[in-house]
Design a binder for this molecule. Structure first.
Ligand code: EAX
Length: 328
């Protein structure tokens, strides 16, 4: 073989190898993961953990683009986006989920969860999984239960020490009828609006207060627009890691396993973040000027919210509520 023909053969071989390598090299599939809090929040930490784990497990075949700060809309809008395939993934509180999957309202009852350990045992056990399994009927895939945290009340009218102090107070709630009924029972005037409208509504005074976990209060500098914080811990707020069924069905079994595993990593990252942020969050809110009410007669609040159970417990599976309460 002459040198020329040898070189030509080598070039042809190299080109063949290069083509086969490039043709076997997958086209990176990009997906959006939407959430309402900003990137520097417990949701952002969960989103980053998810994206990194998917990149690791898929060896770069999938790229998750985080869409924080309501970039793709409020939680309810985004869930509707997952159903029609305009959005691939989301981290969402259960606020609006009951409108799609009524069984999930069982998680939203006031003073139902004793503490974080109780909530994790319920969500990581058969009850949590059976609720996630129901998502598929609505074009959604419930991948895991991450965490928003125990919700507390803020307002700018007066320190709230008892339900009596809340009479007539215009409190924003999520678009969740159990939460609405809870704040009606407390004597407030609840206003269900998307998180995307809350900060402006507080600034304009169209609402007096809102309720959210400590990590949401700190990341939104809530001290700038609210004077009082009452550590009611009235509701435990889970965060669901949800995928559009349209995209899920396009994955093979191995790839679906990657998304389930990454969702578990994200869930743990959110729980770790909530514990870390809460350990200093109340002091941050106090040192930035909020008056923090900690001397609370919880029995008064528990008794006051009974009407929410009377109205909805039967409708939303009182047997399930009992199983949740009985979980040790
Ligand atoms: O999911 O709407 C709310 O109050 C939620 O807690 C917030 O968007 C984080």
């Amino acid at each position: 073989m002459t040198t020329f023909s040898f070189n030509k053969t080598v070039v042809a071989l190299g080109a063949t190898l290069a083509f086969s390598a490039s043709s076997s090299a997958f086209a990176v599939q990009e997906m959006n993961l939407a959430f309402t809090p900003p990137l520097n929040s417990h949701y952002g930490e969960a989103g980053r953990a998810f994206a990194e784990e998917i990149d690791r497990l898929s060896d770069g075949e999938f790229k998750i683009n985080l869409r924080p700060a309501s970039a793709l809309g409020g939680e309810r809008d985004v869930l509707e986006g997952l159903q029609i395939g305009s959005v691939e993934l989301t981290l969402t509180s259960t606020g609006p989920i009951g409108n799609f999957i009524p069984s999930v309202y069982a998680l939203d009852f006031p003073f139902l969860f004793r503490d974080y350990d109780h909530a994790h045992k319920v969500l990581d056990g058969e009850i949590g999984q059976s609720l996630l399994d129901e998502f598929e009927n609505e074009g959604l895939i419930g991948l895991a239960w991450a965490e928003n945290g125990f919700r507390h009340l803020t307002n700018s009218v007066r320190p709230v020490e008892t339900p009596e102090d809340m009479q007539g107070m215009k409190i924003r709630t999520m678009e969740n009828q159990v939460h609405l009924e809870t704040f009606r029972a407390l004597g407030a005037a609840p206003t269900p609006i998307s998180w995307t409208e809350v900060i402006t509504a507080l600034q304009q005074g169209t609402i007096d207060g809102q309720e959210n976990p400590i990590p949401i209060l700190t990341v939104n500098n809530m001290w700038e627009i609210q004077d009082y914080l009452t550590l009611t811990g009235h509701v435990y707020s889970p965060t669901a890691v949800v995928m559009s069924k349209i995209y899920w069905d396009g994955l093979d079994e191995e790839q679906q396993g990657w998304f389930r595993d990454a969702a578990q990593v994200a869930a743990q990252a959110s729980r770790d973040a909530v514990q870390r942020i809460e350990s200093e969050g109340v002091e941050m809110l106090r040192s930035n000027g909020m008056e923090v009410v900690t001397d609370i007669d919880y029995e008064l609040f528990r008794n006051a919210v009974e009407p929410a159970y009377e109205r909805y417990a039967e409708q939303y599976d009182s047997e399930l509520l009992e199983r949740i309460r009985a979980t040790e």
